[in-house]
Design a protein around this ligand. Structure first.
Ligand code: NDP
Length: 330
């Protein structure tokens, strides 16, 4: 059936400016790393994308290697594009990336011009789009000159295959060098995509300072630590959870007594606020406007709606923030 988006989709969502650019991003964005490969029914994927967009989530994030198998999330997204999104392309903000191993041989990994330009061409074909809004270098490559990698991003933008350039997983010094080089080339860095959650605050050690100073946006991935911060693992491993279904990245070994202790203590604060732990975790990463958007994953549409409840919640108080610091370490 033809998809007709909810007419009220922009009334509730809040949008933040991405650094000093003209781009506004929703507070929550949806990532297609998990649950958009060959193991998730098309209808479930479709329901998640529609639910997101119906509620003002305009930004979908992909990468060349999302699946499984590699490339499958982009291929599936191409099918969704044909089914639902062609008439709405200008309302969508789409990203993809290259930087991890994608094909055999010396040209399918890391940060060479050869790899990045071939990869964006492949991604556009799989996604059934003429361009993406952001193309990211997915991780720093210490062996390729930053001038070559940023030169490739600049060329991709100038050729119209992406509208903006981004970097992901770069540390503070690498970020500064990439931002400077892109500035010199005349294609400013729009956005950085690092990991950030109540269980991983590393970006507060320099990266956010660079982004603030340089006016670069920041979309943080795994704000729920892959689901740990939902509290669903406090009493064992539920059968329908990521840890049970796909242990590639979220392993039972991460359920240490130390982590479980922190999660229990955090849940008490969330309970006192009358909200769920994951809702508090999302509000926490968004508490500082240097963070433009929190990039969530989902395995079903109801989770997206549940996470969107943060739009109705009061901000975290100074006292709550201090209590959280005491648990997770400032
Ligand atoms: P999250 O930390 O948001 O974890 C998402 C998982 O948490 C869901 O798949 C679901 O797992 C569970 N969950 C989410 N909401 C709820 C809810 N309301 N109730 C119960 N469970 C919930 O992030 P992801 O690890 O999925 O990563 C998000 C995105 O970040 C990726 O899709 C990708 O776009 C990006 N990313 C980027 C990286 C990079 O290097 N640039 C690396 C990793 C991710 P369950 O299956 O248990 O239901």
């Amino acid at each position: 059936m033809t998809y007709i988006p909810n007419a009220e989709r922009y009334s509730r969502m809040q949008y933040r400016r991405c650094g000093k650019s003209g781009v506004m991003l929703p507070l929550l964005s949806l990532g297609l790393w998990h649950n958009f490969g060959d193991q998730t029914p098309f209808a479930t994927q479709q329901a998640m994308l529609r639910t997101a967009f119906d509620n003002g989530i305009t930004h979908f994030d992909l990468a060349n290697n999302y699946g499984p198998p590699d490339g499958e999330a982009e291929r599936n997204f191409g099918r969704h594009m044909d089914a639902d999104w062609k008439p709405h392309r200008d309302e969508l903000f789409l990203s993809t990336k290259a930087g991890y191993g994608m094909w055999a041989g010396p040209y399918g990994d890391h940060g060479s011009r050869k790899y990045l330009i071939a990869s964006i061409d492949q991604s556009l074909k799989r996604m059934h789009v003429d361009y993406v809004d952001v193309f990211y270098h997915h991780r720093p490559d210490p062996d390729t000159p930053i001038e070559e990698t940023m030169g490739a991003l600049d060329q991709i933008v100038r050729s119209g295959k992406a509208l903006y350039a981004g970097i992901s997983n770069y540390g503070p010094e690498q970020t500064k060098r990439a931002v400077d080089e892109l500035k010199r080339l005349g294609t400013p860095c729009l956005i950085h995509q690092p990991r950030y959650s109540m269980l991983d605050r590393h970006i507060e050690q320099g990266t956010t300072r660079v982004l603030r100073e340089e006016g670069v946006g920041c979309i943080v991935f795994q704000p729920l630590a892959g689901g740990l911060l939902t509290g669903k693992y406090l009493n064992g491993i539920p059968e329908d959870s990521r840890m049970a279904k796909d242990g590639r990245y979220l392993k039972p070994a991460s359920l240490t007594e130390e982590t479980l202790g922190k999660l229990r203590a955090l849940k008490e604060i969330a309970d006192a606020r009358g909200q769920k732990l994951h809702q508090m975790a999302l509000q926490w990463v968004l508490r500082d406007e240097v963070i433009t958007s929190a990039l969530i994953g989902a395995s079903r549409p109801e989770q997206i709606l549940d996470n969107l409840e943060i739009l109705n919640a009061p901000p975290l108080t100074e006292e709550e923030l201090q209590k959280i610091d005491a648990i997770i370490g400032a």
